[in-house]
Ligand binder design. Structure first.
Ligand SMILES: Nc1ncnc2c1ncn2[C@@H]1O[C@H](COP(=O)(O)OP(=O)(O)O)[C@@H](O)[C@H]1O
Ligand SMILES: [Mg+2]
Length: 255
């Protein structure tokens, strides 16, 4: 589907997109296929979005935008790209999850399922007390969630800030604690945990849970080991002496 610039501009106005400099317009253009436009309109009509703002991030599969939701609260809008998203890895994290036994084979079906899966995972994590963005709603390829940050400024990733020794130690303990709660109470393994998927906003906040799997998944322990490895590597590199990885595994799974 080709949409020209005038058309895009019209759409952006209709969608109440405020930030229309050339750079953000290009990023919006990259996610606005017809279906995504329709979905955004529906979310606007339902009042779940009141206006849409500038881009926060462009990833392999999804783009993140700032926005305002109900009661003009700040929200994060995650849009999985239907046409140009890289979805080859998604199967690995869907197969083996009894919640999503019926895997749709079409590209859009898979992406819609993925969006729903991320919403479900965030909800489980949130309800069990793990600090993650509170999920608000999902529809097709769009996920709305709590915005981590304030005044349209997203919180930094943990890798991009300077933490004191005490803060480092506290953050490490919090993250291991979250991993334990995820595993034992929410019955989930994050499966893409690293300094890239942890924001820092008055403490660590875990994000990006589309790939998270149930702890009964046949690869759950393998994914958990990889998460632990990433976390200990990051904290060791930051100057903290973290415990043995096998020791941590036992703490997290409760043996
Ligand atoms: N709820 C949120 N609030 C603020 N910023 C966010 C939020 N979720 C994600 N981000 C920002 O967007 C980036 C990409 O989001 P993420 O969910 O990790 O998607 P990707 O699959 O592209 O890695 C994050 O690294 C973070 O900087
Ligand atoms: Mg990420």
């Amino acid at each position: 589907m080709n949409i020209n610039f005038r058309e895009i501009d019209k759409r952006l106005t209709e969608l109440k997109i405020k930030d229309k400099d050339l750079e953000s317009r290009k990023i919006w253009e990259s996610v606005l296929d017809e279906r995504t436009i329709v979905t955004l309109f529906k979310l606007l009509k339902r009042g779940l979005i009141s206006s849409v703002g500038g881009p926060i991030s462009t990833g392999k599969e999804a783009n993140l935008f700032h926005g305002y939701g109900e009661d003009d609260k700040e929200i994060a809008i995650k849009i999985y790209r239907i046409e140009t998203g890289d979805f080859r890895d998604m199967y690995k994290y869907i197969i083996g999850d009894p919640r999503f036994e019926k895997v749709k084979k079409s590209r859009d079906g898979l992406i819609y399922l993925w969006t729903k899966k991320e919403h479900k995972n965030l909800k489980r994590a949130f309800e069990n007390g793990v600090r993650v963005p509170k999920p608000i709603a999902f529809m097709n390829n769009i996920l709305l969630m709590e915005f981590i940050g304030n005044n349209e400024k997203p919180a930094p990733k943990i890798k991009d800030i300077e933490l004191s020794e005490t803060e480092l130690e506290k953050s490490f303990r919090k993250i291991i604690d979250y991993m334990r709660t995820l595993y034992q109470d929410a019955k989930l393994v994050h499966a893409d945990l690293s300094e890239y998927n942890i924001l820092y906003y008055k403490g660590p906040v875990l994000i990006d849970m589309g790939q998270s799997v149930l702890n009964s998944h046949f690869n759950a322990i393998k994914f958990l080991r990889r998460d632990i490895k990433n976390i200990t590597r990051f904290f060791n590199d930051s100057g903290l002496k973290s415990p043995d990885e096998e020791e941590l595994l036992k703490i997290i799974i409760g043996e």
